[in-house]
Ligand binder design. Structure first.
Ligand SMILES: [Zn+2]
Ligand SMILES: [Zn+2]
Length: 369
């Protein structure tokens, strides 16, 4: 009897050991998932009412292709200035120029613009302005990069880009010339949230996929192509790339969708514009075609992006409030079943709470989000 007891104890010990290592694995997964959840929570979107009165918190978007000899020094000085003056955002500096989005109250933003314009290289830099709030950006990054937009195709220079056209010229061209095609130079998920009527999407998850995506539009080489992107920076090298690939007539929308929305709202744009900060979807139109995207699960009209709760999947998809509850923020049944441990369940509850708050009333604008 004693012998059996001992044997059981040894066996139990072995199982315990095994369980410990399994526990360890689970713990690692949970830690990773929690890190991701934290990052996600920081990226919680805010919504801007298209008809809200102009407020004093401004989001600036800008770029300039111009030689910057010592980008490291430029970036260090720029970062110091931004920190001293309360500017938040993401700014990229390269040997070929600067590309940034940043936000601050009106007064600091004006100072920032003056500081940039005082630099002869940036004296004519065009700043596009949008309304944001103090949560649009919570940190400031100034990073040195090889390119302003990562394309990784050697020999593509912004100097070789397609001809710039204004929003009014774009309207005129698509109204008068049946040979004109609009090509969306953004990622596919951005297109899904909103795009120009009859425009052609490119199957890209990031701009680096451009060479592969262009294979699918070879048939447009003899058409008049107008490229567009958010504020114009991707078109500078994107249109140059199309020309290199043999597209004969290439134009690009100067100032991008953001500028089009200001000058020509409720015309040929449909949906909202994806932006890479906590606004996620910036309004372009005032009344017409505000939402064109649909919930991935049930197909109802919706433009709320969420990340799949399964940290190993992390897919970004459009999901309505009902389905987010029913599917527990998962992109598929498989991902829903994949939430295995209590830690994952915990942050699921947290995410749900946050998601619910997105649909509550915005005290500032009174808009139901
Ligand atoms: Zn749904
Ligand atoms: Zn998933």
């Amino acid at each position: 009897m004693l012998y059996y007891g001992r044997l059981t104890a040894i066996l139990l010990n072995m199982i315990e050991l095994d369980r410990t290592s399994l526990e360890y694995q689970r713990m690692k997964i949970a830690e990773r998932a929690a890190r991701k959840a934290k990052k996600r929570a920081e990226l919680e979107p805010i919504r801007i009412d298209p008809n809200a009165p102009a407020e004093e918190y401004i989001v600036l978007t800008y770029y300039k292709y111009v030689p910057i000899e010592d980008p490291d020094k430029f970036a260090a000085d720029h970062l110091r200035w931004c920190k001293e003056n309360g500017i938040k955002g993401r700014i990229l500096v390269a040997k070929v120029g600067i590309n940034g989005t940043c936000a601050a109250p009106r007064e600091q933003i004006e100072k920032y613009k003056q500081m940039c314009w005082a630099d002869p290289r940036l004296a004519d830099m065009w700043f596009k302005e949008d309304i944001g709030d103090q949560y649009t950006f919570t940190k400031i990054f100034v990073r040195v990069k090889e390119e302003l937009v990562t394309l990784k195709v050697p020999g593509i220079r912004a100097e070789d880009c397609g001809e710039h056209i204004t929003p009014a010229q774009l309207n005129e061209m698509i109204e008068k010339d049946p040979n004109v095609v609009l090509v969306d130079m953004r990622n596919r998920y951005e297109y899904d949230l909103g795009h120009f009527e009859k425009s052609v999407p490119l199957e890209m998850e990031s701009f680096k996929d451009l060479p592969k995506a262009v294979d699918q539009i070879e048939n447009l080489k003899d058409k008049t192509v107008i490229t567009y992107c958010t504020y114009g920076v991707r078109c500078e090298t994107g249109s140059a790339y199309l020309k290199k690939r043999g597209f004969k007539k290439v134009y690009q929308l100067n100032g991008g969708i953001g500028t089009y929305g200001k000058e020509c709202p409720d015309m040929y744009w449909k949906g909202s514009m994806y932006v890479f900060d906590r606004r996620v979807g910036a309004p372009i139109n005032k009344t017409k075609n505000l939402v064109i995207s649909e919930c991935k699960h049930c197909g109802t009209s919706c433009d709320v992006f969420i990340n799949c709760v399964n940290a190993e999947c992390n897919a970004m998809f459009i999901c309505c409030k009902n389905c987010s509850e029913k599917m527990e923020n998962a992109c598929s049944e498989a991902c829903k079943a994949h939430q295995r441990n209590p830690e994952e369940k915990d942050f699921l509850v947290m995410l749900k709470r946050r998601y619910a708050s997105r649909y509550s009333e915005n005290p500032k604008t009174g808009m139901i989000l």
